[in-house]
Design a protein around this ligand. Structure first.
Ligand code: B3K
Ligand code: ZN
Length: 879
């Protein structure tokens, strides 16, 4: 496999003005006939280059130019390229290929899922359908004819408007679709199957009516309401917040069972993993409802940030993904609880993304090179990319940011552009210089801010000294200083102090002057606040204003003040996490010395106060009571002793449960409710706190708590409470758990998404012997290794989210993962390389674990038939 470099980019030699496709879908194979109106690109360096088309694993049936069949000497093929020399300046190319979608297990290109034909073309799947200029800067107007058996495939869909339907002889029918918006091939989609539909309408701000349709399996018709509501909310929000209106008369969503990721934003024909569209209270958790809302909005928002304005090349992926994640997270925040959403996003960033940034696959949000683009749909491109856009929003403020996004969309509508174009639009609209800020696009690694504060009572000043650094990452040893927006406040006895900087040029002011955004641009910088009449506690990185690691040597008392009274929800929560971290570190030391774990009494009191605090958002209370996760701890404590961390954290949890058992019980009772289920912020908060309380009570391992969990399991009418209870039972000593699991399976065996949750609960069980359980479940009739959701629920959850069992000291967990990767490498390389990630982080663990992990990676690397996907990840992780 070879490496592709951003610096090698050149414009395409040819353009495709129109693309006409005809699909004859059959049971054994399908025929694709494409007619491309090609012409030389006037901007290309060479005006006599051969035509070179991409194509992978295709059976070529015929090839002609302007109606003349080409003979074998007129074209040649090597690797993924089909070359035709001596073509005219403008011509029509007709090409027929034969495909076997039934045998396509990679779920890329055209494939079959549960009897339905569907496509996935991003990033480079279109070349598995026909020979094409499969690159995002080649945009074309598509017309698509689909011909198939009417009784098996009554629904035939593609992008754009339906312009023709016809019944043909022998029970065959056809539809023709035309998409007036030029688009790159990665946004092409086709669906053919037996599908039921839920319909609704949306009236756009300019008064156009849009037909909204969600196509699903008949049995899932009752699970579409939430997705439909989310779609309408997203359409309205994009009009209100970004001034973006939908541009066609029809918007379709199709749900498929077998899908490599969450969903895909194909123009007017979004294709979704069932897990990201179906929801109803009996089968879906609150988190599931929120995911549906977020993903539906994300794909819808791509219509502007991705489709109308797309990427020039795949190095610019974060242009559409980072921006769209920022848009969907602001949307979710507006629909629910902003602080909770922020805490969840930061948690994902600080665990998964910081780990990626510190690992062998670290890359900037605009990478310089890649082997396989599918490996770059990462938390860095998506979540860090979103944080970078958020920082621009912070630096410009909401009004100028909106001016910038308006300029970006107007200036580049219908174009394929770069991250640089985005930043330039923001600069041009705002007049704010983002020169140094651009390092966020080109430099990998998580910057570290080391902050110290000194109070000068005499001068009544408070001085913050801020130092920044960034660790080296593969291929990047030297880092230029970043432009970091650092939001700060100073908390006094009675609340936030008025802020007055002695050097006013260095900050962006907030309206009430008690919060400032400091422009951190130097390796070391000093900010002096005047007229400070008491020694304050600094509240730093408010709202997590930049994706950095922050060190400040807080005392316990200072953290307690922040946890109790900071007006910034994120900082308040973060203070609780820092206190939790201190306690966990103490517990590690205690256990290592053979002592009991006993938490600091001030910390216990603070938790007690939290449990009694009914004025604070219940979701915040729940989040603050949850100790930092093992995944987060593994980012902080080095080298990572998985078992030491796990046992210390559990011992601390148990000590808290014992000390606060009455409070947890009271909290649980207070949160019980019999009102009708709704996935709204208030109810989600209450369920989250109730289940947090139950999880602590279950650590007491007494009959009373187990009875509570059993009762909750049996009497809940929603999946959130039911699954939480099942999870705690499975992790407990309760004899009832086997029966609970059995009954759960029997009740839900016809709902694949629920059975995935059943697999996942078992895969994530912290008790010993879980690997054997997982191995056993792989031969369960409900398991299917060809279905990515099942692979993620069982293998992915075990290897990625069950540290103690995956890191078994005998290395059996590592061996298990390597075996599965080698198997999936052949059938679905994208899933295989994603699954491999936990092994690639081997360098951060104890030497004994390192050795075992490394030898499994070597075993994978030795496979002579590695896909480029797995090869890239495994080879880079061993470098
Ligand atoms: N753009 C798609 C991701 C495609 C991934 C291809 N391997 C989903 C999204 O981000 O909206
Ligand atoms: Zn996206």
């Amino acid at each position: 496999p070879s490496t592709i470099f951003l610096s090698d980019y050149s414009v395409p030699d040819f353009l495709i003005d129109s693309t006409t496709l005809r699909f004859e879908l059959g049971e054994a194979s399908s025929l694709v006939c494409s007619v491309l109106a090609l012409r030389r690109n006037p901007d290309a360096a060479s005006q006599d280059a051969p035509l070179q088309l991409h194509g992978t694993e295709l059976e070529l049936v015929s090839l002609s130019i302007d109606g003349r069949q080409l003979d074998d000497s007129e074209w040649s093929q090597s690797g993924e390229q089909l070359s035709i020399a001596n073509v005219p300046a403008s011509f029509s190319l007709c090409c027929e290929t034969r495909l076997r979608p039934q045998d396509n297990t990679s779920l890329e290109g055209l494939y079959k899922s549960s009897g339905m034909f569907c496509t996935q073309c991003e990033a480079e799947g279109f070349r598995k359908i026909t020979y094409y200029l499969d690159r995002p800067d080649v945009m074309s107007v598509f017309t698509v004819e689909i011909i198939a058996d009417q009784s098996r495939y009554p629904v035939l869909l593609s992008n754009g408007n339906l312009i023709e339907t016809e019944s043909l002889a022998d029970g065959i029918h056809k539809t023709v679709w035309h998409d007036p918006f030029p688009k790159p091939a990665y946004l092409f989609a086709l669906v053919a199957g037996k599908l039921a539909v839920v319909e609704d309408q949306f009236l756009t701000t300019s008064g156009r009516s849009v037909d909204l349709k969600i196509y699903v399996d008949e049995k899932d018709l009752d699970k579409c309401d939430h997705a439909m509501l989310s779609l309408k909310n997203a359409m309205r929000w994009d009009e209100d917040v970004y001034g973006r209106e939908y541009d066609l008369d029809i918007f379709n969503i199709v749900a498929v069972d077998d899908f490599n990721m969450g969903a895909m934003e194909n123009k007017s024909l979004n294709i979704f993993n069932t897990s990201c569209v179906l929801a109803k209270q009996e089968t879906t958790t609150d988190a599931g409802f929120q995911r549906v809302e977020g993903v539906v909005a994300h794909e819808y928002f791509h219509n502007w940030s991705g489709n109308r304005v797309t990427c020039r090349d795949w190095f610019q992926l974060s242009l559409k993904e980072g921006f769209t994640v920022f848009r969907d997270s602001e949307f979710s925040s507006d629909m629910g609880s902003p602080t909770v959403k922020r805490v969840e996003d930061v948690t994902l960033l600080r665990t998964a993304q910081f780990a990626e940034d510190a690992g062998p696959m670290a890359h900037p949000i605009r990478p310089d090179s890649f082997i396989e683009i599918s490996n770059f749909y990462t938390v860095t491109i998506y979540e860090k990319g979103s944080e970078v856009v958020r920082m621009i929003h912070t630096l410009l403020g909401p009004e100028l940011f909106r001016k910038g996004s308006d300029l970006y969309f107007d200036r580049h509508d219908g174009q394929a552009v770069t991250c640089e174009d985005f930043v330039l639009a923001m600069e041009d609209a705002s007049g704010i210089d983002l020169k140094q800020f651009r390092h966020w696009y080109s430099q990998a690694g998580t910057p570290r801010l080391h902050v110290s504060g000194t109070y000068d009572e005499q001068a009544q000043t408070y001085t913050l000294v801020v130092k920044q650094s960034c660790p080296s990452t593969p291929g990047q040893t030297e880092k230029a200083p970043f432009h970091i927006p650092l939001a700060v406040a100073l908390i006094g006895e009675a609340g936030q102090l008025a802020l007055q900087l002695t050097d006013a040029a260095a900050n962006i002011e907030s309206p009430d002057n008690t919060e400032l955004v400091l422009n951190v641009t130097e390796p070391e910088q000093r900010f002096v606040f005047a007229n400070i009449k008491e020694e304050p506690v600094p509240s730093l990185l408010r709202g997590f204003s930049a994706p950095v690691k922050l060190d400040f040597d807080y005392s316990g008392a200072q953290l307690l003040r922040l946890m109790r009274s900071d007006s910034d929800g994120f900082c308040r929560w973060d203070a609780s996490q820092q206190l939790g971290l201190v306690e966990i570190k103490r517990a590690i030391t205690a256990l290592a010395a053979g002592q009991q774990v006993s938490p600091d009494s001030e910390y216990v009191s603070a938790c007690r106060e939290l449990l009694a605090n009914t004025s604070l958002d219940a979701a915040m209370v729940a989040l603050m009571l949850q100790l930092p996760s093992e995944a987060y701890l593994a980012e902080i404590i080095h080298p990572v002793d998985v078992h030491g961390i796990h046992h210390a954290r559990e011992a601390l949890r148990k000590a808290l449960a014992t000390a606060l058992s009455d409070e947890f019980s009271a909290c649980y009772s207070r949160c019980e409710s019999d009102e009708a289920y709704a996935p709204d912020a208030a109810q989600i908060a209450r369920r989250s706190l109730k289940n947090t309380a139950l999880s602590y009570l279950m650590l007491l391992d007494d009959a009373q708590s187990i009875a509570l969990a059993v009762r909750q399991y049996e009497s809940s009418s929603n999946m959130t409470d039911r699954l939480a209870a099942l999870t705690y039972l499975v992790n407990s000593t309760a004899a009832y758990k086997a029966e609970a699991l059995l009954r759960f399976y029997q009740q839900w065996q016809h709902e694949p998404l629920v059975i995935n949750q059943w697999f996942q609960v078992q895969a994530m069980c912290r008790l010993p012997g879980t690997l054997e359980v997982v191995q056993g479940l792989m031969s369960h009739p409900a398991f299917d290794i060809r279905n990515p959701n099942k692979v993620r629920a069982l293998i992915g959850a075990f290897c990625g989210q069950n540290g103690v069992n995956f890191h078994r000291e005998d290395g059996a967990g590592y061996r298990f993962l390597a075996d599965q990767v080698l198997l999936l490498n052949r059938s679905n390389p994208q899933i295989a390389s994603r699954l491999l990630v936990p092994l690639t982080k081997w360098r951060k663990y104890l030497p004994s674990a390192q050795q075992l992990m490394c030898s499994e990676l070597q075993r994978v690397l030795a496979d002579p038939e590695l896909s480029s996907d797995v090869y890239e990840v495994v080879s880079k992780s061993l470098q």
